[in-house]
Write a protein that binds this ligand. Structure first.
Ligand code: MG
Length: 465
């Protein structure tokens, strides 16, 4: 049976593997597995093919006898927020997040607003493989109706989580880069509702992503980095294509690594709750543990992938969760990565402290996180993983901690190393963190040499055999 759902939904190339038939069959399978007597919500992002695929999804479900609530074009977290609030049995959002424009995809949302569980995804894939989908006679066809006010409901939910009066008083200036993605329909509106002056760049919805690539990396945000000091703004914010992530630029026009914002917000949430659990993948910075421990907080590590983080947060009743790529989850709002909520919390923090963003970041423990990758044939993946602990001298002394939730992470008092296979590509990712740049780079170089040497040795052994 084929696997279609990756760590974050289905992503395929439009007109190639992603066709009208594929969407009909997959959405039909979703209705078959998850649908019950309740309506099903359909939402979509701003990609060129999204309106078409969304209509195919709605039509398929309607012909399967389901009532369809069309939520409209919106960020993924907005759809997740609305699914439980409109009483749907599930939601289908047509999106490929930050992927290049030739991609589109399907993401399933459960009735609690969280992503489908891996079990649900497998059941859907099985139904898809078997060609299962409900079909009904003319007198049981479901209605399709637009659900008005979904974006305003979501933005009101975001505003309810922060001190709007304090944000209004501080009157920060913001440059927002929507990257022509789905946040164009909600992000600038939120800033306006807070009474803030803002400059919007790439703020028109355009599925060709003419302004910049959809992934909000430092290299892709040159216009934003230049705009923040040029407009004398207090901060810049950029979202990915479906706005479940937010990344920030300080008032000096410097890109802020996601793990810094994660650490800052983890500290605030733990402080506000008087302790509690923070859920984050094994790829996250040690600084999260360092800043929340004195406040009575503890870290619960998970495998990589925001649906995993979201489920673990619900199970551990966490006060906060997030990833180092700018995806933060605030459970009092919803257990979903949420770019607008993350922005609102950063605005609130700046407003309440009165400090510039650069200063708040300087107060954090100094850590340097380096990410590299090594090519590794899929056939060697398991053998490499088996050898990594001894390669990294894991367990050599008592001060070393080994975490094997996802790849192998070796934590020492001087820093940590994580070696994990990519879920989708024939590569190993190597993450290294240390207290200064030189130490991190040295550790990264020696780890890369060791892993590359191991792969060469295993390839040689295979060639001989
Ligand atoms: Mg995304």
């Amino acid at each position: 049976m084929g696997r279609y759902f990756g760590t974050n939904g289905i992503r395929e190339v439009v007109g190639d593997s992603l066709t009208a038939r594929f969407v009909t069959d997959m959405v039909g399978a979703i209705g078959e597995v998850v649908g019950d007597g309740r309506p099903i919500a359909v939402a979509w992002d701003g990609r060129t093919s999204s309106p078409a695929f969304a209509r195919i999804a709605s039509g398929t479900l309607s012909l399967g006898g389901f009532e369809v609530q069309e939520l409209g074009v919106m960020p993924t977290p907005c759809a997740q927020y609305n699914v439980p609030r409109v009483g749907a049995s599930c939601g289908v959002i047509i999106t490929a997040s930050h992927n290049p424009p030739e991609f589109n995809g399907i993401k399933g949302i459960a009735d609690d607003g969280l992503e489908f569980t891996p079990q649900t995804e497998e059941a859907v894939e099985k139904a898809f493989a078997e060609g299962k989908a409900r079909r009904v006679a003319y007198d049981r066809v479901g209605g399709i109706r637009p659900e008005e006010g979904s974006i305003e409901r979501y933005l009101a939910g975001v505003r309810a989580q922060v001190d709007g009066e304090s944000i209004r008083r501080r009157a920060l200036r913001v440059v927002m880069d929507c990257g022509n993605g789905a946040s164009a329909v909600s992000g600038p509106a939120l800033l306006g509702q807070f009474g803030l002056r803002y400059v919007s760049i790439n703020g028109n919805l355009d599925g060709r992503f003419p302004g910049r690539p959809s992934e909000p990396t430092e290299a892709n945000l040159k216009d934003l980095l230049a705009s923040v000091p040029a407009y004398h703004a207090d901060l810049g914010v950029a979202h990915d294509g479906d706005a479940d992530r937010a990344v920030f630029v300080d008032e000096k026009g410097r890109f802020i690594p996601g793990e810094k914002v994660l650490t800052l917000l983890a500290r605030e949430e733990v402080r506000a709750a008087g302790g509690g659990t923070v859920v984050t993948p094994v790829t996250s910075s040690q600084s999260v543990e360092d800043v929340i421990a004195p406040l009575g907080g503890k870290v619960h590590y998970t495998r990589v992938g925001s649906p995993v983080v979201a489920r673990a947060m619900a199970e551990t009743k966490a006060v906060f969760g997030g990833e180092e790529n700018g995806g933060c989850l605030f459970p009092r709002h919803q257990c979903a990565r949420d770019g607008a909520m993350t922005l609102a919390k950063v605005l609130e923090l700046l407003s309440k402290t009165g400090k510039p963003l650069s200063q708040l970041l300087e107060e954090l423990p100094p850590y340097f996180l380096i990410k590299r990758k090594v090519e590794c044939p899929i056939a060697l993946r398991q053998q490499v993983l088996a050898e990594v602990p001894s390669l990294l001298d894991a367990g050599k002394d008592a001060s070393t901690r080994v975490i094997t939730l996802d790849g192998v992470k070796v934590v020492t008092p001087r820093g940590w190393v994580l070696v994990r296979p990519s879920g989708t590509e024939p590569i190993y990712r190597v993450f290294v963190e240390a207290k200064d740049r030189a130490a991190a780079e040295q550790l990264a170089n020696t780890t890369l040499e060791k892993v590359e040497g191991l792969i060469r040795k295993l390839q040689g052994t295979r060639a001989e055999a």
